[in-house]
Design a protein around this ligand. Structure first.
Ligand code: LLP
Length: 442
């Protein structure tokens, strides 16, 4: 018997959590304390079922608003491991990659390279060759150097390589500065506003071996409002109108990137995705009708909104230290090495004591990691039930940009990724050992 979350003390931001009668936190129907007993601590736990639901939701949105010819490409940077690509392939998803490493991981898991889009602002000739030789679907070309290399290598191989060009629409998406990419001053893409996007389009159209299929933009991440997405599309559509007049260019594809925000805390204000996509679709339809423009294929690239709420991290409490007059520090056996997001972006998270999930919160504390660094904070101000050594802390919605951004700082091995699905658990990524840590040292 599970307690209904809405009537318990447990946050509602993670759909797959529940509380058993013994007061233990369950994830995907599995007791998290048993997961710790079976696999050790700390642990990344991900719900395969939730990942699949999120993929289906995004596909339904696109189908509903842009028709069957649209594609959802999961942004691999949010979480890349072989099992993710198997799930994506099974869900008939596309994926974006930003490095040959992500591409290799996908292809080695049997993912069809023709459903991959290769991003990034500095693809080397080797990267480009590696991708073309594996049958990459689309390059999102960032700059002229890349275009030259793609053109040369595609010509050597005797193929026409499909490319979309990354442009910057000049929009401020009101998100954290470090994950904001839509403004003119960005290392990504060519700005529309100052004519550089036109220059690069003209240049791309002049190159052999390249099929310029359309445009790409991505304005930032964890965007919670519809307006920046709408403004960006408006700017890109106006650019397309002018480019058809000036260069005779018609886009077959518009890749609008990702960036759809999720609720990390109950206070995060979030515009429903339905509203965002319906406004975008209204704008596109109005544009195509007004200018007799054949409706381009729409691609989206959600990362966070596919995997964030499908993951939690479990840690064991090792020390509870009160500094009278200041605060209580709850130290856990992981930290910025498995989740650097507070250190980097002051990102908010919620925590639950997995073995006391039915208890009221009574302790204001900082949940901190084990690294030799005072910035190693997971949650600066958390509310927990009375915490003791040996308790299990669950941090919620860590499925995106945690495992993928984890490091071995202080030579701390990365935790494994355990998947839960249909009431069963399995290992998607094994725990690193000390042997792994020294495996490349001479
Ligand atoms: N497409 C492109 C071209 C991107 O650069 C990104 C994210 C995405 C799609 C996916 O965005 P999402 O739907 O996940 O918001 N490490 C940061 C996030 C960096 C995102 C970079 N690009 C974080 O932990 O918040």
């Amino acid at each position: 018997m599970k307690t209904n979350l809405l009537s318990s003390m447990i946050p509602t931001v993670t759909p797959d959590i529940s509380v058993g009668q013994d007061g233990a936190l369950a994830f995907g129907g599995i007791n998290t304390l048993q997961l710790i007993e079976k696999y050790g601590s700390p642990l990344f736990v991900m719900s395969e079922d939730r990942i699949r639901q999120n993929c289906r939701f995004h596909k339904q949105m696109l189908n509903k608003y842009f028709g069957g010819n649209s594609h959802v490409a999961f942004a691999s940077k949010a979480m890349s491991c072989r099992q993710i690509y198997r799930i994506l392939a099974d869900e008939d998803m596309y994926a974006d990659v930003v490095s040959p490493g992500e591409l290799y991981t996908a292809v080695s898991a049997g993912f069809d390279a023709s459903h991959l889009i290769f991003h990034g602002n500095n693809k080397t000739p080797d990267d480009i060759r590696f991708a073309i030789d594996r049958g990459l679907g689309l390059f999102a070309a960032d700059n002229m150097y890349e275009l030259d290399n793609i053109s040369r290598i595609a010509t050597e191989r005797g193929i026409q390589q499909s490319v979309i060009l990354r442009v910057t629409p000049g929009i401020d998406p009101h998100t954290h500065e470090k994950i904001n990419t839509g403004k003119i001053d960005s290392k990504f893409g060519s700005p529309i506003g100052n004519g550089q996007a036109e220059d690069i389009l003209r240049y791309a159209l002049s190159l052999p071996g390249i099929d310029v299929a359309g445009l790409h933009y991505h304005i930032g991440s964890q965007i919670t409002e519809a307006q920046p997405f709408c403004d960006a599309l408006d700017n890109v559509l106006e650019f397309l109108r002018v480019m058809r007049e000036r260069l005779g260019f018609t886009a077959r594809i518009i890749n609008i990137g990702g960036g759809f925000g999720i609720r990390y805390t109950e206070q995060t204000p979030l515009t429903p995705y339905d509203e965002i996509f319906s406004s975008l679709s209204d704008r596109l339809t109005a544009f195509c009708t007004a200018h007799d423009y054949a409706q381009p294929t729409i691609i989206t690239e959600p990362g966070r909104s596919i995997v964030a709420d499908a993951g939690i991290t479990l840690y064991t409490v090792g020390a509870v230290k009160n500094i009278p007059g200041y605060k209580t520090y709850v130290s856990v056996d992981g930290g910025m090495t498995d989740n650097p997001r507070f250190a980097l972006y002051s990102a908010p998270y919620l925590a639950v004591l997995a073995n006391k999930a039915d208890k009221p919160t009574e302790l204001q504390c900082s949940i901190v990691g084990r690294c030799c660094e005072s910035g190693d904070i997971l949650i600066p101000e958390a509310a927990l039930p009375k915490a003791e050594v040996g308790d299990i802390v669950a941090i919620l919605n860590t499925g995106a940009y945690n495992y993928s951004m984890a490091s071995n700082y202080n030579r701390i091995p990365r935790p494994p990724v355990i998947m839960v699905s249909g009431g069963k658990d399995y290992v998607a990524v094994r725990r690193e050992s000390f042997e792994h840590l020294i495996s490349l040292d001479n």
